[in-house]
Design a protein around this ligand. Structure first.
Ligand SMILES: Cc1cc2nc3c(=O)[nH]c(=O)nc-3n(C[C@H](O)[C@H](O)[C@H](O)COP(=O)(O)O)c2cc1C
Length: 336
């Protein structure tokens, strides 16, 4: 079980692009812990061709992440093609086109999911990008604009004819934004409309979600976003389950602490101390989910400016969790 595109072969478990989340440190961590493919945050093609500092940073990668996809958004075929070309020698193994972003600021610029209402232009963009680069081109979209326009299958056929190699469908419409539940069954129409491998995406947060999403959609694999927040090891667990029906346990609390700290240090290094510290707050809050004292931890981390203070808070959080788990084991042992 795997996805093969030319000489690229990867497990069918892909980290979703998430602006503000899937930066280089997070992608590298997820990849190291086990993932088929990781995707960059969305990059505006206009900024990419101007090679702004921000777009160069967003598209930077390390060899450890390989294969890594750079995701581009925009509405001008030539600009998208040019932006794609710029990534060929910068470490990208795949160029992904964003036709799924529902955010008003993006949609108003006729990009992201707005392109689902412009299938002809969407086709011109895909054809231009495919022609511009030797790398495989993939595309990510939603079910459609709204309930009355579920045209992902039509976009899939156009993508196929343009030479796109893999599709991801987030099982919501643009108008749903992130409300309701992703409809995995509705992704099946796209799977059946094309021979291209399709990844099902949306609300996959457990091994049973994976089974249901794959069974309902008939997709070749899964793309996981929020399910990996605070759990960068979840994609490895997904791979073990999908390929071997093996339940891979969560890392121990001591290992989780080391992972959270490794992530924190990488964020400081990549973004600098001030920005890195700020960006780390949401990740550390996600890591704390389910641990005793999480609320107090978040409150304190959100105020901490010094890395030394943050490290100490993280260590204390996990030390307390280990102590609580050991006390729980002891109590259970006495009760047995
Ligand atoms: C904070 C955040 C940022 C996102 N940024 C992007 C993006 O840059 N490009 C994109 O195609 N999708 C983006 N998405 C959508 C995700 O890739 C994914 O389709 C969506 O979250 C549903 O999957 P999930 O339930 O597994 O998170 C973003 C989602 C979130 C929550």
């Amino acid at each position: 079980m795997g996805i093969q595109i030319d000489d690229l072969s990867f497990a069918p478990v892909v980290l979703a692009p998430m602006s503000g989340v899937t930066d280089l440190p997070f992608r590298r961590l997820v990849k190291r812990l086990g993932a088929g493919l990781v995707v960059s945050e969305m990059i505006a093609s206009q900024s990419m061709i101007r090679q702004t500092k921000e777009s160069l940073k967003l598209s930077s990668s390390t060899p450890e992440e390989f294969p890594m996809a750079v995701q581009l958004a925009g509405h001008e075929p030539e600009v998208m093609a040019e932006a794609a070309k710029l990534n060929v020698d910068r470490g990208a193994a795949i160029i992904d086109i964003n036709f799924g972003c529902p955010v008003k600021k993006i949609v108003n610029k006729l990009a992201g999911s707005a392109m689902m209402r412009e299938p002809l232009l969407a086709g011109r963009i895909m054809a231009a990008v495919v022609k511009a680069v030797d790398l495989p081109v993939t595309m990510k979209m939603r079910l459609g604009w709204d309930e009355d326009c579920l045209n992902a299958p039509e976009l899939a056929r156009i993508a196929h004819d343009c030479g796109v190699r893999l599709l991801t469908v987030h099982g919501r419409t643009r108008c749903q934004l992130y409300n309701g539940r992703a409809d995995w069954q509705a992704v099946r129409a796209t799977v059946e409309a094309t021979d291209l491998p399709v990844l099902v995406n949306g609300d996959i947060g457990s091994l049973s979600d994976i089974d249901l999403a794959l069974a309902r959609s008939g997709a070749a694999g899964v793309m996981i976003g929020r399910g990996a927040q605070g759990r960068p090891w979840f994609l490895r667990q997904a791979i073990a389950w999908m390929t071997e029906r093996r339940i891979e346990p969560d890392p121990s609390l001591v290992e989780q602490c080391a992972i959270a700290l490794e992530h924190y240090e990488a964020l400081l290094e990549h973004h600098g101390t001030v920005m890195g510290n700020r960006i780390a707050r949401k990740h550390l809050a996600w890591y704390a989910t389910g641990l005793a004292g999480a609320n107090e931890f978040r409150r304190r981390v959100n105020r901490a400016e010094q890395p030394g203070e943050v490290r100490a808070l993280v260590k204390a959080l996990y030390d307390d969790a280990v102590t609580a788990a050991e006390a729980g084991d002891l109590t259970e042992g006495l009760a047995a």
